[in-house]
Design a protein around this ligand. Structure first.
Ligand code: PLP
Length: 412
């Protein structure tokens, strides 16, 4: 089995696009299996950023000079690329932020602050990343509202009946991850949005672990907000996206005050700009947006369905092989899984496994993955997480499996 026969993608050709992959670590070829933390960047992204700084760097939306107009056009073009990627109706629904974390904080601080009253509830799930827990805790505490948490089953899947039970007339917003970074679970978000909307509850989807692996169509999903980070989809760090339905954004107050988010300012009164500018105070990460557009174009050029098909093969193979190791317990065995395999080894701390793998040139994550409630649910302090991208080879999975066996022999 290889990627070409499965999907038409040639992984060896794709790997040539990623300069960082061609190095040795501790004398072994690098096997980068930490893609859920951040993905590597193809040459086109690196070039787009370099080209921007070399030939058109200027501040945007303000200058009348040539460079400023070019930078503005490219920044706004990046917004259109994101709009098409998410199939949003309108570019005004695309807000550039620092990443998923900032996107969620923005919604909590604006929509949350204006809509939550004492006794109201925000619904999240037991598999959220801390960035989709803590902002809601903070705003609930401030507003006297309550956080409700939908439990998961032993496979790491959301219990839909519990979700339905917890949705009530007090629920003001649901915030749900599309794909769990700790378990790999793909949530049935379209169905969850339908349930929420039947109760008049708007939905924010944390797409940090989804956009690099699954086709996302915000109109088909019907969600009200969708957040993702550029660096997890082959783009740069420091740039991310909040999609918000225009009708909601238009009624939301600004997040931060400053330049670029206003229509007019006087000491008596400031009038705010329309979305998306209302939510983009100050000079944005212009090069980041341009790099993100290059990343999205690269990914869509490969074909997201093909990427998903290849990653699914890798995951299936990895799960099959790892499950045969005595004393290895998979954390999360969902039916729908995307690009993440989490596990623990009996009697061996995840960090020690991570260190042995590192010495073999294999980069994985060992820890709680910013999802401590998931660790608590499974009664483990940490897991080893291998997470995949389109440039990963089957042979890297074989090396992972061999290195885990070695760790078991050495430490078990
Ligand atoms: N949500 C999920 C599911 C994640 O996996 C992550 C990062 O790992 C985040 C949110 C936060 O993303 P960022 O740190 O890029 O803001």
């Amino acid at each position: 089995m290889n990627a070409t026969s499965v999907t038409g993608l040639d992984v060896e050709v794709i790997r040539k696009d990623f300069p960082i992959l061609h190095q040795t670590v501790h004398g072994k070829p690098l096997a980068y299996l930490d893609n859920a933390a951040t993905t590597q960047k193809p040459r086109v992204v690196i070039d787009a950023i370099r080209q921007y700084y070399e030939s058109e760097n200027a501040n945007i939306h303000r200058g009348v000079h040539y460079l400023s107009e070019r930078a503005t056009a490219d920044y706004e073009r990046a917004r259109s690329v994101v709009r098409a990627f998410l199939n949003a109706r309108d570019s005004a629904e695309i807000i550039f932020v620092r990443g998923t974390t900032e996107a969620i904080n923005l919604v909590a601080a604006t929509y949350g602050r204006t809509h939550l009253q004492p006794g109201d509830e925000v619904l999240i799930t037991a598999m959220e990343h801390h960035s989709n827990i803590v902002p809601w805790q903070m705003i609930c505490e401030e507003r006297g509202a309550r956080l409700r948490v939908v439990p998961i089953n032993d496979h790491g899947e959301l219990i839909i009946e519990e979700f339905e039970k917890l949705l009530s007339a007090r629920t003001r917003l649901a915030a749900i991850t599309h794909v769990s970074n700790a378990l790999g679970t793909v949530n049935p978000v379209q169905e969850l949005v339908r349930l929420c909307h039947a109760h008049g509850v708007p939905v924010l989807i944390d797409g940090a672990q989804a956009v690099a692996h699954l086709r996302v169509d915000v109109q088909a999903l019907g969600c009200d907000f969708y957040a993702f980070s550029g660096h997890k989809v082959y783009g740069p760090t420091g740039i991310g996206v909040l999609y918000g339905r225009k009708e909601l954004l238009e009624r939301m107050p600004p997040y931060q005050g400053g330049g670029d988010m206003i229509r007019s300012v006087s000491f008596e009164r400031t009038l705010y700009a329309d979305p998306p500018y209302r939510f983009e105070a100050g000079t944005p990460h212009i090069a980041g947006a341009i790099g993100l557009a290059a990343a999205i174009e690269y990914l869509t050029g490969l074909g997201i369905e093909q990427v998903h098909a290849w990653e699914s093969q890798l995951v299936r193979y990895g799960v099959e092989q790892l499950a045969q190791i005595p004393g290895l317990r998979l954390i999360g065995t969902p039916r729908e899984r995307a690009a993440v395999i989490s596990f623990v080894l009996d009697g061996v701390h995840a960090h020690d496994v991570g260190t042995v793998l590192d010495l073999e040139g294999i980069a994985v994550r060992a820890g709680h993955h910013c999802a401590q409630p998931v660790m608590q649910r499974y009664g483990v302090p940490a897991t080893v997480r291998a997470s995949l991208a389109v440039y990963n080879r089957l042979e890297e999975i074989d090396r992972l499996v061999m290195a885990v066996r070695k760790a078991k022999e050495l430490l078990g």
